[in-house]
Design a protein around this ligand. Structure first.
Ligand code: A3P
Length: 330
């Protein structure tokens, strides 16, 4: 079986090497696959998921984002909501988020599937929280099927804030490869981002695919916005719990559990925790990412501190164009 997996992996590498390539951020190559750009290791994961992930369960929760749109926050919230318990033990139930990095509460599927070995997700406890950045159109057929039992939560973020967050994140990544440049400037990043040349880009198509599907199948796809969750965290935590099929009971409501979960998962709380301030990850995709890099500012509108007016305008023009008439706005 291992030989078969290795052969399939090499075959995917071969396919990827024939796809259109562009030098991306800090010269990490980006490959074009069905209209979206990917870093090579993640793309191997994407293709493997499409071929090997075939059994979504009714209890599965797919946590989907465009990179740097609040994945970490969504993972923490979904984990706390699905694991909540009325006990008062320190570090049990929803409070166990205090001792786990949110990225470890739910696998990032593309990284999980990036290597030769096809991971066994059957062993995961239910409900499985499965994180992915895959565009909707590239999700495995079994998930897009009208009759798919699984639920998908998409967290969307304003493109300029997403762009600024991406710049900072990619510039903190470590790589052994000599071809990788030191840092990308904001100027270069705007240029590439607007051409769709960013991991999983273009961002607009990514958001619109999920937006349209959420209109078509609102019972299976919940579309949330980072800015809305920030403005009304409790209402959005209730919305999440309802969508998951585990609404807060009157007892839970009166005990203040909703506010407690919001508090536990807020930026200030999570970014201060030892488990989130130390350690690194990224080995499986050949880079070094500090656990702390997932927490930078957690602000709405931070782009104002980083983008010149003409850079902002360049992004806004595309956003206006792309979203016009779709019902989605930022
Ligand atoms: P900034 O770089 O704008 O601060 P992702 O989790 O998708 O990688 O996105 C990371 C972004 O979400 C970063 O944005 C990060 O600071 C922010 N973030 C992380 N945890 C958060 C939380 N608990 N609440 C709000 N924002 C959070």
């Amino acid at each position: 079986e291992r030989d078969g997996e290795l052969r399939a992996y090499q075959q995917r590498q071969e396919e990827i090497s024939k796809l259109p390539v562009e030098m991306g951020w800090r010269n990490f190559p980006l490959r074009l696959y069905h209209g979206f750009w990917f870093h090579e290791p993640h793309l191997n994961g994407v293709i493997s998921i499409r071929r090997n992930f075939c059994r979504p369960a009714p209890s599965d929760l797919f946590l989907v984002t465009f990179p740097k749109s609040g994945t970490t926050w969504l993972k923490a919230l979904a984990f706390a909501i699905t694991n909540r318990s009325s006990g008062h033990h320190i570090n049990s139930g929803h409070r166990s988020i205090l001792s786990r990095h949110p990225q470890d509460c739910s696998p990032y599927l593309e990284a999980f599937y990036a290597g030769p070995q096809v991971p066994d997700l059957d062993a995961m406890p239910s409900p499985r929280l499965l994180g992915t950045h895959m565009p909707y159109s590239l999700l495995p057929e079994s998930l897009r099927d009208e009759g798919s039992p699984s639920r998908i939560i998409y967290l969307c973020r304003e493109p300029k804030d997403t762009l600024v967050s991406t710049v900072h994140f990619i510039n903190t990544m470590g790589s052994e490869q000599s071809s990788i440049a030191g840092a990308i400037s904001m100027d270069q990043a705007v240029e590439l981002f607007c051409k769709g040349l960013s991991p999983y880009g273009p961002v607009w198509e990514h958001q619109l695919e999920y937006w349209r599907e959420s209109q078509r199948r609102p019972d299976k796809l919940l579309f949330l916005k980072y800015e809305d969750v920030m403005a009304e965290p409790e209402a959005n935590v209730r919305k999440l719990a309802n969508f998951i099929g585990r609404p807060f009971s009157p007892e839970e409501e009166s005990s203040g559990l909703v506010a407690e979960i919001v508090e536990l998962c807020c930026f200030e709380k999570l970014s201060g925790l030892e488990v989130n301030r130390t350690g690194v990850r990224g080995k499986e995709i050949g880079v070094t990412i500090n656990n702390s890099s997932f927490f930078r500012k957690g602000k709405v509108g931070d782009w104002r501190e980083h983008l010149l007016p003409e850079m902002a305008e360049k992004v806004d023009v595309i956003t206006r164009d792309m979203l016009q008439g779709t019902g989605l706005s930022h």
